[in-house]
Ligand binder design. Structure first.
Ligand code: A3P
Length: 338
């Protein structure tokens, strides 16, 4: 049989060593060799080079639901909601089985560098979780049912036939001011590569496209451009949390799941932020933040406009300029001013 494997068509180039060294200085480790991928120069550890063909050729199937978004845009609540819809609201299984296994992150292996693996193994904690995390592709291939798959990859690094293979894609977007604050807090808790710098430096990285999966705007614009495709459902975090009931129903319709009124109510209640935080703390994923010395939960605050607590006037002006330029360029319409 002819080999139909496609070659990953994009350039992968080392980030310039000086910039990489500057970033590494602000992390406890694990980001020593970053690469930039494709015309938009998506930033990711160099491990991506070993796996990009696997992502580009991944066999998505009819019935799969794929949750796509820039990190910290609300992808976890979305994946949990969809998993429950497709798994008969099996709350026991949801709490007993990690999201790593129920909704694998396609590119997980590319995010675990030699240094992060060594750091996790040195603590004797989380080694099994890490092994599962790194096995995302094998776990997905072995699942014969309707799969829920998460990815932060930009669309042009996923299979070219993605929109026509019968799967459903939910793209989640969130305003960049709340994204950068949320990402800053997350990176402070990363085992083996903890961010040790200040928030203002982190914001500089974000607006210079030097955070993982950046550029934020390239990610967003690829989702926005595809929003009218029949197999794509584009949703803003802000819209969702302001009217969960409506969006739960719309998403259920989009993935062809009929929900009873009780099921809609159950989801609405479970996904309310304080309930969701409690819900996650009851399950096996309760310790997503493995650093006891940093008090930041993975399910953290769930606010719209929480950035105001963190930005100085200077940071805000920098962001506003960046947002204005890019919104005009892309033509995206956010639901709320920020
Ligand atoms: P904050 O850090 O601002 O609180 P992702 O899952 O894509 O990494 O996004 C994480 C962000 O979504 C975090 O933002 C997290 O608290 C928030 N979040 C998670 N579950 C939520 C829910 N049920 N309602 C509102 N926000 C939620």
């Amino acid at each position: 049989m002819a080999d139909t494997t496609l070659k990953f068509p994009h350039k992968i180039e080392d980030l310039d060593p000086e910039t990489n060294a500057e970033i590494s200085r602000n992390f406890s480790g694990g980001l020593n060799h970053l690469v930039q991928v494709g015309p938009q120069k998506m930033l990711i550890p160099s491990e991506f080079s070993d796996e990009c063909d696997n992502y580009y050729n991944f066999k998505f199937r009819k019935g799969d639901v794929i949750v796509v978004g820039y990190p910290r845009s609300g992808t976890t609540m979305t994946q949990e909601m969809v998993w429950l819809m497709l798994n008969n609201f099996d709350l026991k299984k949801a709490l007993d089985t990690s999201l790593i296994v129920r909704v694998p992150l396609l590119e997980a292996r590319s995010l675990t560098t030699k240094e992060t693996i060594a750091a996790v193994n040195a603590t004797n904690q989380g080694a099994e979780k890490l092994r599962l995390y790194r096995s995302s592709i094998e776990i997905l291939r072995a699942n014969p049912g309707r799969r829920v798959i998460k990815t932060h990859l930009h669309f042009n690094f996923l299979p070219p036939d993605l929109l026509n293979c019968g799967c459903k894609i939910i793209y989640v977007a969130r305003n960049p001011k709340d994204v950068v604050v949320s990402l800053y807090h997350l990176q402070r808790t990363s085992q083996g590569r903890q961010y040790t710098g200040d928030i203002s430096t982190f914001l500089d990285y974000f607006v210079s496209d030097l955070t993982l999966f950046a550029p934020y705007w390239a990610h967003l614009s690829q989702g926005w451009e595809r929003r009218h495709s029949p197999n794509v459902h584009f949703i803003f975090y802000e819209d969702f949390i302001q009217n969960r009931r409506h969006h739960i129903k719309t998403i259920a319709d989009f993935i062809n799941q009929k929900l009873t009124t009780e099921q809609v109510e159950l989801l609405e209640d479970t996904l309310e932020f304080s309930h969701f935080k409690k819900y996650m703390s009851r399950g096996v994923d309760r310790d997503m933040n493995t650093r006891q010395d940093v008090n930041d939960d993975f399910i953290r605050k769930g606010e719209i406009g929480g950035w105001k607590e963190y930005f100085t006037e200077e940071m805000n002006q920098k962001m506003d300029k960046w947002v204005k330029e890019n919104v005009a360029r892309i033509g995206i319409e956010f639901p709320l001013e920020f």
